[in-house]
Write a protein that binds this ligand. Structure first.
Ligand SMILES: *[C@@H]1O[C@H](CO)[C@@H](O)[C@H](O)[C@H]1NC(C)=O
Length: 323
């Protein structure tokens, strides 16, 4: 009986809400989509609301709008304007705003598919393209010291586990390699700094005497490439859960794409590194704890609809990417 009461209350609230929307529409002469655009600045604030309004709509056209192909966005907006009986000539800005938000929404959905595809593609040492990327990664991170062979202990210098990196990509497939290479080539100074620090036995504010004492203790740095692949996992789960929407809707005014995801990865690498030093773990056994805490912190930041995760990419960089 309690469940039934709850259900009836729910139904009642729902009807009340629909009735309220109807009244608001009659009074203001605006539909919900119009009000959202009118009351929220562009970016995550507006697009998140548009997205949930469309998804919750009982109209077929509005509901399916969020999953149209990017090529069909303009036509879909025309259809919505017609459905809502909004004259595009007297409301030119509305169509533009709705279109921008819908491009972001369908762009995010496509990005999810693209990222998933890369993750599902295993590293294949028979594939020359994969091998070439791996070699490029080495060159970007170790420009001064050429590899002595494809199978070499040198791979450990950039934080792989053994003499052949291919097995380390298992969890994240080609996505891990794409991210690491992007970081090494496009955010080079940061990547080299992070790699350098990760190779130090301990990153803390120890005095010189303490440092000497600790010198022969086990290394307390971390494996750069392995952590990079793991942070790829973190970025991937943020994307899949939808948590990255706030960030991507704020930094990609046209359409979130793979480049934005890779830039997010660069940011997460830099921030994780900073966080690792701050947390001052005893050794790598604490990785799980530090990672969980870091993940929670990022999730909390992403609850803020004004959040954008990339302070070290300037707006002009992002603009170039969008062109
Ligand atoms: C990353 O680390 C976490 C926690 O240690 C672990 O659960 C997860 O499976 C790792 N992911 C990858 C791809 O190695």
């Amino acid at each position: 009986a309690r469940v039934l009461t709850q259900f009836l209350v729910f139904l009642y609230c729902k009807c009340l809400w629909r009735g309220l929307k109807f009244v608001i529409r009659k009074v203001t002469g605006r539909c919900e989509l119009q009000r959202i655009c009118y009351n929220n600045k562009p970016g995550a604030r507006r697009t998140l609301k548009i997205e949930s309004s469309l998804k919750c709509s009982k109209n077929e056209l509005l509901q399916s709008a969020v999953s149209v192909h990017p090529d069909a966005v303009e036509k879909t907006i025309d259809d919505i304007m017609a459905l809502k009986k909004i004259n595009p000539d007297t409301n030119p800005q509305l169509a533009i705003s709705l279109q921008a938000s819908l491009f972001q929404i369908v762009g995010y959905r496509n990005l999810v598919l693209e990222v998933e595809k890369l993750r599902m593609e295993p590293y294949d040492c028979e594939n020359p393209k994969h091998e070439e990327m791996l070699m490029k990664l080495w060159k970007a991170l170790r420009p001064e010291s050429p590899l002595t062979g494809r199978i070499s202990k040198q791979w450990c210098e950039i934080g792989f586990q053994g003499s052949d990196p291919k097995t380390d990509f298992r969890g994240m497939g080609l996505l891990g390699l794409h991210n690491l290479l992007y970081f090494a080539e496009h955010d080079k100074a940061t990547a080299l700094q992070v790699l350098h620090d990760s190779l130090q036995p301990k990153h803390s504010k120890m005095s010189k005497a303490d440092w000497e004492k600790k010198k022969f203790d086990k290394a307390i740095g971390y494996s750069f490439a392995i952590v990079g692949i793991n942070i790829t996992d973190l970025a991937y789960s943020l994307l899949m859960s939808g948590a990255l929407k706030t960030h991507l809707y704020n930094v990609a005014p046209e359409m979130p794409s793979l480049v934005h995801f890779q830039q997010t990865f660069c940011y997460l690498m830099q921030e994780f590194h900073r966080f690792w030093i701050e947390e001052d773990p005893c050794d790598i056994m604490e990785f799980n704890r530090v990672r969980t805490k870091f993940h929670k912190r990022i999730l909390k930041q992403l609850k803020n609809p004004d959040m954008a995760l990339c302070p070290h990419f300037t707006a002009s960089d992002l603009h170039l990417v969008n062109l």
